[in-house]
Design a protein around this ligand. Structure first.
Ligand code: F6P
Length: 332
């Protein structure tokens, strides 16, 4: 491989996700193995504006593979949305002698990356968000860990719901997407999963599901609600009023973002971090490192940002098929 760059920066931006540290480690270790120096930019794009950085060597990223969160800190930067802020970020890149920046994060991070690339700073993006809502990549770092964390919490809830013969309404994250909710809902055997991608008919999707399940012998019920659907508290109230069953609401919140990354997230993050540096090293830039059908591909940022990802509705029908006393004949 022909060496073209001497020094790169790496940053994490937006909501943190388990596995970001593994990606940072992979970027640093791969860079060093190619003879490239690596500078950690702290607090995302805001850190680039403020010149908030730390020099990284192989040892500085030791023992972080198994740690959740991000050692580089993260932020959502309003200043970076302004031209003035972005120009200051470019000035920092010049001062630090950065030949490129690896930006680890989600949609907002990549929109920032596109703006920076337009100002002449080469950027490579690595998708990391528990929402799994990045159109260009079928997987984003942190999704698997967040699913497993939510599943573990809901399994615990089930014990007490079953004992009291109640209905549990659990709100999971995902911003405007239902990937996390649907995956988790299938894995915990939810009676209903409410996602923004499926228009809610409360009578059909909640009331009748619970009633059918009750007629089939169930005495407790688990409902998973994606945060993009609306308030789980309101849904809980309606269940109590319209079905006449005691409901308890749990908003899992930021607990889903923490914890040690799963094997899948550690391995994917390591591969993505490696390929991000490889792209720079081989003279490519302004792309996002994506997973598609099991392999890694590079997609230009501008094109990647236009790509959409749709919730797999077959998974929704599979969830329906698992219901006691339900009928999905029309969907098969
Ligand atoms: O995008 C990741 C995410 O965790 C979303 O699921 C959630 O809606 C949002 O971030 C929460 O953001 P914050 O940490 O700013 O409250």
């Amino acid at each position: 491989m022909e060496k073209k760059i001497k020094r790169i920066g790496v940053l994490t931006s937006g909501g943190d996700s388990p596995g970001m540290n593994a990606a940072v480690r992979a970027v640093v270790r791969t860079a060093l193995s190619c003879g490239i120096e690596c500078v950690g930019i702290r607090r995302g794009w805001q850190g680039l504006i403020n010149g908030d950085f730390v020099l990284l060597n192989g040892a500085s990223v030791g023992h972080i593979l198994s740690r959740g969160g991000t050692i580089l800190y993260t932020a959502r930067s309003d200043d970076f949305l302004t031209e003035k802020g972005r120009k200051r970020a470019v000035a920092t890149c010049k001062t630090l002698g950065l030949d490129g920046v690896v930006a680890i994060g989600g949609d907002g991070t990549f929109r920032g990356a596109l703006e920076l690339s337009r100002l002449g700073v080469p950027v490579v993006g690595v998708p990391a968000t528990i929402d799994n809502d990045i159109g260009c990549s079928n997987y984003t770092i942190g999704f698997d860990t967040a699913c497993n964390t939510a599943i573990e919490c809901i399994d615990r809830l089930r014990d007490t719901m079953q004992s009291h013969e109640r209905c549990s309404v659990v709100e999971v994250m995902g911003r405007n997407a239902g990937f996390l909710a649907l995956y988790v809902g299938i894995a915990v055997g939810a009676v209903a999963v409410l996602v923004p991608e499926h228009e809610l008919d409360f009578q059909r999707d909640v009331v009748e599901r619970i009633q059918n399940s009750r007629l089939a012998g169930n005495t407790h019920f688990m409902i998973v609600v994606a945060e993009g659907v609306g308030s789980a508290v309101e849904i809980g109230k309606r269940i109590t009023e319209e079905v006449g069953i005691e409901a308890r609401v749990t908003v899992l919140g930021h607990i889903q973002r923490g914890g040690s990354p799963t094997g899948r997230d550690r391995e994917t993050a390591t591969r993505m971090g490696y390929y991000a540096v490889k792209a720079f090293y081989e003279g490519r830039k302004n792309c996002i490192i994506c997973t598609q059908e099991g392999g890694i591909v590079e997609i230009p940022i501008e094109e990647a940002l236009k790509m959409e990802k749709h919730l797999q509705m077959d998974r929704y029908h599979i969830m329906e098929a698992m219901q006691l006393g339900g009928s999905i004949a029309n969907n098969l």
